[in-house]
Design a protein around this ligand. Sequence first.
Ligand SMILES: *Cc1c(COP(=O)(O)O)cnc(C)c1O
Length: 416
Amino acid sequence: MTKSLPFDEATVRAIAEQYPTPFYLYDERGIRQSCRQLYSAFDWIDGFKNYFAVKATPNPHILKIVAEEGMGGDCSSLPELMLCERVGLTGESIMFTSNNTPASEYAAAKQRGAILNLDDLTHIDFVEQQVGLPELISFRYNPGPARSGNVIIGNPEEAKYGFTEAQLLEGYRLCQQKGVKRFALHTMVASNELDGSFFVETAKMLFDLVAKIHRELGIRIEFVNLGGGIGIPYRPEQQPVDLNAVSAGIRELYDELIVGNDLAPLRIVMENGRVITGPHGYLVTECIHHKHIYRDYVGVDACMANLMRPGMYGAYHHITVLGKEDAPHDCCVDVVGSLCENNDKFAIARELPRIESGDLLVIHDAGAHGHAMGFQYNGKLRSAEILLQENGETRLIRRAETYDDYFATLDFGAFA
Ligand SMILES: *Cc1c(COP(=O)(O)O)cnc(C)c1O
């Protein structure tokens, strides 16, 4: 099974001449297509919006693309708010979904007019005392034992996020007494979920709550945020989530539970990162060594510091060896980086073509939670990010780190 690429070997070799490997390559056309597919699937919802999860790909050039496609930003820290601000995303184009939030970050979010999405009941008083309550407030719901999660996000019952149902009701009542005028409801219970019915169930769970909140408190919820977490087919045999089917399932429930209970209009929003940029980012790395001991190893010039998902979650990332797409895949190898950590492996016992030093390997589906999770352990430097623009030209959107960057925070004054 293979996965196709939106560029050929010559294009990547030309880029590699200018910018040394390893580097990230993003495909603008693909990112825009993902945005449009999501928006077209939910076009029946007046005011549907995806707040792109900034943590997935925190680069202003990428944020500008998704903002041009009508997306907002989902932030959970001040630097993420600052990134959004630089590309013109402020006010209610920002959902501030933070947790364990310091007062200074609430202040920064409120100052920018972002929608505050509180993670805990005690944060109502905290926000009121520290920065004052805003006119619009959202709460994050944790359904606990009512839902099961998955390997990345964990089970809701063991997750640190959100309010219990009883706390939600108490929170809305409290905020109403304190003069808050507008209310929203959020949840995020899945990560990299490929089963579309999961999102339909999440919508049902929130629609039921919206009805209950109205019944018990007389409060109308203005919008629900179904969270992010739409999965992508990392493995070539997997299928993407059928967004149109998810949308149709949600629409049926909306008609029954929202329109049917006279609770319309209720806006629906989401905060996906992965499904937007994930499939359209690639880590390009060069083979530099071979090693044959108890197993056969291919050593590349990228490592887990550039992409930690395989090492951290055992995640599968497809690998294409440029120019050898059609060669027999008859070598069983581990593809490894140079970190002094044995889980620094991009692939384990993978059938690949015979790889020579100098071959370029493309690691697929690295466009979300890829470069962003990078780190400097072992003196590794974060790589460059390059955008393959719609017009076919490439643009450096983040330079590679240098040794000076690495040493910048150290004080060498005593060692001169
Ligand atoms: C990480 C995160 C997202 C985005 O998740 P994806 O898997 O990239 O869609 C959305 N919302 C919250 C609260 C998150 O923590």
